[in-house]
Design a protein around this ligand. Structure first.
Ligand code: NAD
Length: 456
């Protein structure tokens, strides 16, 4: 069955239909209309899966992808245009350019935490670049995955775009097939499995992974704004966000003030008992709930810490007196738990960050430009956001992705078009004259070649 779908898509791709820019534009418009027409159903599904409010669902998923589609449609022609580049003087009269061409059939595997955004956003890039695509949404967000798969399969020619629901076994079956591009979003361990499978056919990959994204807070800040921005980024989607600030490294001079301010903010955001808030999400399933509950055993809980397993609810939690050896500081938390560690000098904070794998995001709060420059120069991460959280990944002009263990490749906006395109280098020569020196038998002495090579 999978091989038939794939060979149908390959045949469709080879027919050249997807090369036409008008076709790509029409299909992107169709995608946008489908999402707009079914917005309510999609938002309801997100509510079922994650208790995501319609407002948060619109802001971080539906509205996000609609904006990406519009931006891509507007810029499609520009993205797809061949880009003229210089040609060495030695080839005078020839022309050179870079011609983006689609890879063919792409596989897109997505996770459960933003099950609309992380399925559709890569698809936009794949379609814009002229590929066919097979989508594998996550089984852990079954309502949203079903709605999205139905919408895709009902409205698109399945020889062009097709969604296959299923669990890890289905994903592994898919990975046994030969694709022309694989785009995976999810955990690092599975990312390695995906890369190994891709290596079999040397298939290019984008791996959008996770990790522990640090949030360093200097003393030179606006406490109220910093607290709000940190609390929003951390507790959005109940902390189940790949770029959520995983832990706080805060200058000891402002630690207690900051923690108090975050606590106050949490009451403003979600009320005295967040279980009653329509704006606060739930943990995706019991496995993740139990994993997170175990992380509450160390340190000193200064806010939250309330659990309701039946409702998959963990209140927004702040834990103080945490050391780097505690279990909560080992793997990505991916839940509403914020450990706080204090530092006494910026170097100490940077050393802590650099003793770990390179994160997907790094946050630094400080008004001090010199310190901002210092942090940028002395740390490595997929992206950086200064004096805020998360918003760097919401702009269409900044490529988004990780580095090292947090991922391979970057997308969003033009970067999405580029990763799904083979940037074909073309040099077009003429018949006006020929350069005799390059042909054997070689008669040109090296001292002359040395001069000639300068024109390359
Ligand atoms: P998940 O369990 O939904 O898995 C992701 C996808 O991989 C699913 O479609 C699943 O079916 C498939 N899968 C699972 N096991 C597999 C296997 N053995 N072989 C092949 N496919 C398999 O999601 P998850 O892994 O729990 O996602 C959470 C992680 O994803 C976190 O680490 C988070 O940071 C990361 N993440 C990264 C980004 C990003 O953009 N960089 C976005 C969201 C999540």
């Amino acid at each position: 069955m999978l091989d038939i779908i794939l060979s149908n898509q390959r045949e469709y791709f080879n027919s050249g239909v997807t090369l036409d820019l008008d076709f790509r534009r029409e299909q992107l418009i169709k995608l946008k209309e489908i999402i707009e027409r079914n917005e309510e159903e999609i938002l309801d599904a997100l509510k079922f899966d994650l208790h995501k409010s319609h407002e948060e669902g619109y802001m971080t998923e539906v509205g996000f992808v609609l904006g990406e589609i519009e931006h891509t449609i507007k810029n499609l022609e520009k993205y797809a245009m061949p880009k003229k580049v210089k040609t060495p003087k030695a080839y005078f009269g020839a022309k050179s350019y870079i011609l983006p061409e689609p890879y063919g059939v792409a596989l897109i595997i997505s996770p459960w935490n933003y099950p609309v955004q992380l399925l559709i956003s890569p698809l936009i890039g794949a379609m814009a670049a002229g590929n066919c695509a097979i989508l594998k949404p996550s089984e852990l967000s079954p309502n949203t995955s079903k709605v999205m798969a139905n919408l895709i399969n009902k409205n698109f020619n399945n020889r062009y775009v097709y969604a296959i629901e299923g669990d890890a076994k289905v994903a592994q079956q898919l990975l046994k097939q030969r694709f022309d591009y694989i785009f995976y979003t999810g955990g690092t361990n599975v990312g390695k499995i995906v890369m190994q499978a891709a290596a079999e056919n040397l298939t290019p990959v984008t791996l959008e992974l996770g990790g522990k994204s640090p949030c360093i807070v200097d003393k030179d800040i606006n406490i109220e704004y910093a607290a709000k921005r940190i609390a929003w980024g951390k507790f959005l989607n109940a902390g189940q966000t790949c770029v959520a600030p995983d832990y706080l490294l805060v200058d000891r001079e402002v630690k207690s003030q900051l923690v108090e301010s975050i606590k106050k903010t949490l009451i403003q955001f979600y009320g005295n008992d967040p279980i009653d808030s329509t704006d606060y999400c739930r943990i995706i399933n019991h496995r993740h709930f139990d994993r997170l509950a175990l992380l509450l055993q160390d340190g000193n809980i200064v806010a939250g810490g309330r659990l309701n397993r039946e409702k998959l609810y963990i209140s927004p939690t702040i834990i103080d007196d945490i050391s780097l050896d505690d279990p909560v500081m080992q793997d990505e938390i991916f839940g509403p738990i914020l450990p706080v560690i204090e530092y006494t000098g910026l170097n100490q904070a940077i050393d802590m960050v650099n003793s770990r794998e390179k994160p997907l995001a790094l946050y630094f709060f400080s008004k001090d430009k010199e310190k901002q420059r210092f942090v940028l120069e002395h740390t490595s991460s997929g992206g950086v956001c200064i004096n805020d959280t998360i918003i760097h990944m919401t702009t269409k002009w900044l490529p988004f992705g990780g580095v090292g263990m947090s991922g391979v490749g970057k997308y969003h906006g033009k970067a999405s078009f580029d990763i799904f395109s083979n940037m074909k280098s073309v040099l077009k020569n003429h018949y006006v004259f020929d350069i005799a020196q390059k042909y054997p038998p070689y008669k040109t002495p090296i001292y002359k070649l040395r001069r000639l090579m300068k024109f390359l």
